[in-house]
Design a binder for this molecule. Structure first.
Ligand code: 4NP
Length: 145
């Protein structure tokens, strides 16, 4: 799960998907394309909205997306088009490129990008949570089959 800062959207996506799959079989992680907040906990608003939905993401720590992630992971979900472009800059070859997709391509919603909630209010985090949750339902269904 990849976003820009790895403190708002992708930590939610990591926690939400983990809550829906068998973690002994599927390893889920998140990262950011920027390194502004390396080593930090998720944004308090993400921690709070996750908590309200019964998910604890407070233990997560921010890290940067690196080239080696292309070999470590089978699927790389990005939150928006700008994340997609940033991740693709690090890709080597079609196999790696094909691992990357917009998270919301897995959900039937009107938008295919999870908006960046960082500069907005708590409401934005709630709506982002619902979007990510919907996509993760669909991913979990596939992985659990
Ligand atoms: P995220 O949100 O990409 O969902 O983690 C952001 C967090 C921090 C910043 C931008 C977006 N920032 O500019 O510090």
């Amino acid at each position: 799960m990849v976003c820009l800062g790895n403190i708002c959207r992708s930590p939610l996506a990591e926690g939400i998907l983990q809550s829906k799959i068998d973690n002994a079989k599927v390893y889920v992680d998140s990262a950011g394309t920027a390194g502004y907040h390396l080593g930090n906990s998720p944004d308090p608003r993400s921690i709070e909205v996750a908590k309200q939905n019964g998910i604890d993401i407070s233990h997560q720590r921010c890290r940067k997306f690196i080239e080696a992630d292309f070999s470590s992971f089978d699927y790389i979900y990005v939150m928006d088009q700008s994340n997609y472009n940033n991740v693709l800059k690090l890709a080597n070859g079609l196999t790696e490129i094909n691992k990357v997709q917009l998270l919301l391509s897995e959900a039937s919603l009107e938008t295919n990008e999870v908006p960046d909630p960082y500069y907005g209010g708590v409401r934005g985090f709630e709506s982002v949570y619902q979007m990510i949750d919907k996509a993760c339902d669909s991913i979990a269904n596939k992985l659990n089959q």
